[in-house]
Design a protein around this ligand. Structure first.
Ligand SMILES: *Cc1c(COP(=O)(O)O)cnc(C)c1O
Length: 481
């Protein structure tokens, strides 16, 4: 399988080239040249596989054996889930009231990002070993991507990582996950800005570089691997003889990398009814699904669900690509408009098509808190603040006959402040005594290494130019070790 750009189908790359370059050359995103089809026979066979084997079977459809032979691909997948609570059953499904809940947070950093990140980092490391080179990963995080990436990289021998987070806008636990890894191959930076302010400098750094890549979900590896947990969850909830029944998924949505994986799985034939984006008041994804307006908000609002704070969800470009039946020139026109004007408006025909596959709910902090308490009191289930946003959306939907899987994307252990605020100090203490994972306690005891700080300049443009320079010199330092 080859990979092409969403903005120009004639740009064709191998899987190795696509995953090791992050963005496509003209600013577009890589997508598979042709989505393979999966039918109910395939799903039936897949329904008995352990998680790592399902992952290698799904990836096999996208990666040619001459790029990675079966044996190596299987080994990479086994290794990638080896640190999960239960590797063969990496994503447990539990029942909470009327909903199925897919617990995507049983990996080493307690968040769904581990599911995609471990595999992607191991794949990049595999290609580096083959080429006898090293690479530096440059990452920006609103909370969970950074820890998952740092963790995955710290276990490789040929990768280093420069990770950026907005100062004061991630939880203490998340910061500690990045600042307590004392390795010459890991560098953490706090920038005086908000969520996606580092995206542009990083995009400029990665353009044309073959010693750096990005592994945020614009990297095609992420949505590819993230398809696996949709397929897995579907097969846990639907009995074998009922394969074909349509199910809806509700997920807290930020950059739309998770929902893009779900949409690709749906386009391949996984019987998904609706994909529901639950957003906070940084609601561009909600607005575009409800009104067709893909308009960058002038500012980022602080919320209790910081992992889904976003101004421009970059994976919407992949949704548009599949919505238009892979019309690269239309996507290119649209995204050029978006890049230039920060506003794109879909007409009513496109909006109608979008609404066939997607729905959305916007959730305020107040609703988040109410729902977190409600789910805790009624079902004894403590969710993290981002998952509470999805619960609120699931409760608000009029779903008809289709069953719902709520995606629980993080463990509450990462969000002491928000969980305490939404419930109470006593509830948090109860959780620390009874539910808090032992593996997580260790992180609270390690010593922190001070992150580097990037200071804000007079304007965002000036900051971004300055930060790009600083980041380039830090990458040089990491590479000279
Ligand atoms: C990243 C993240 C999300 C959002 O996923 P996207 O792919 O960015 O839409 C939701 N919840 C948590 C806890 C996350 O870390």
């Amino acid at each position: 399988m080859k990979f092409v750009s969403t903005r120009d189908n004639s740009i064709v790359r191998s899987f190795e080239e696509a995953i090791c370059s992050g963005y496509a050359p003209n600013g577009g995103l890589f997508v598979p040249q042709k989505l393979p089809k999966i039918d109910s026979n395939t799903l039936n066979v897949w329904s008995t596989l352990a998680y790592p084997k399902l992952a290698s079977s799904v990836l096999r459809l996208f990666i040619d054996p001459h790029e990675i032979p079966d044996k190596d691909l299987e080994r990479i997948c086994v290794q990638s889930f080896s640190e999960f609570e239960n590797p063969d059953h990496a994503v447990p499904l539990v029942r909470v009231g009327d909903f199925h809940v897919a617990e995507l947070f049983e990996g080493p950093t307690f968040c769904f990002k581990d599911l995609g990140m471990q595999v992607v980092v191991n794949l990049i490391s595999y290609f580096c070993a083959k080429r006898k080179t090293t690479m530096t990963l440059v990452v920006s995080t609103t909370g969970d991507t950074g820890p998952a990436a740092v963790r995955a990289v710290s276990q490789s021998t040929n990768l280093s990582i420069l990770v950026h987070f907005p100062q004061g806008q991630i939880s203490d636990f998340q910061r500690r996950q990045m600042t307590t890894v004392n390795s010459p191959r890991v560098r953490a930076v706090a920038f005086e800005g908000s969520g996606d302010d580092m995206d542009l400098p990083i995009k400029r750094m990665l353009a044309g570089s073959d010693s750096m890549t990005g592994i945020n979900s614009y990297n095609i590896g992420r949505p590819l691997v993230q398809m696996v947990h949709f397929i897995w969850s579907y097969l846990r909830v639907v009995d074998r003889e009922k394969i074909g029944t349509r199910i809806s998924f509700v997920m807290p949505t930020g950059a739309m990398g998770n929902i893009a994986g779900g949409y690709m799985a749906k386009k391949m034939g996984l019987p998904i009814d609706k994909l529901v984006a639950a957003t906070n008041i940084n609601d561009i994804s909600h607005l575009v699904i409800q009104t067709g307006k893909f308009h960058r908000a002038p500012e980022m609002h602080k919320t209790l669900s910081e992992a889904i704070n976003i101004q421009v969800p970059y994976n919407f470009e992949r949704l548009l690509y599949y919505l238009t039946d892979e019309n690269d020139s239309l996507v290119s026109d649209w995204m050029t408009t978006m890049d230039e004007k920060a506003r794109l408006t879909l007409n009513s025909e496109w909006l109608e098509l979008l609404q066939r596959d997607f729905d959305s709910v916007r959730v305020t902090d107040e609703q988040l808190c109410e729902t977190l308490r409600h789910v805790l009191e009624k079902y004894g289930y403590l969710s993290d603040p981002n998952t509470a946003v999805a619960f609120h959306a699931a409760l608000a939907l009029e779903q008809g006959n289709s069953e719902i899987i709520v995606m629980a994307t993080a463990s509450p252990c990462k969000f002491e402040e928000a969980v305490t605020y939404a419930s109470s100090t006593e509830q948090w203490q109860k959780y620390v005594d009874k539910g808090f994972p032992d593996r997580a306690k260790a992180i609270l005891e390690l010593e922190e290494v001070e992150p580097t700080i990037y200071r804000a300049q007079d304007s965002l443009e000036a900051s971004q130019a300055d930060w790009e320079k600083l980041a380039r010199s830090l990458v040089d330092q990491l590479r000279s070790r």
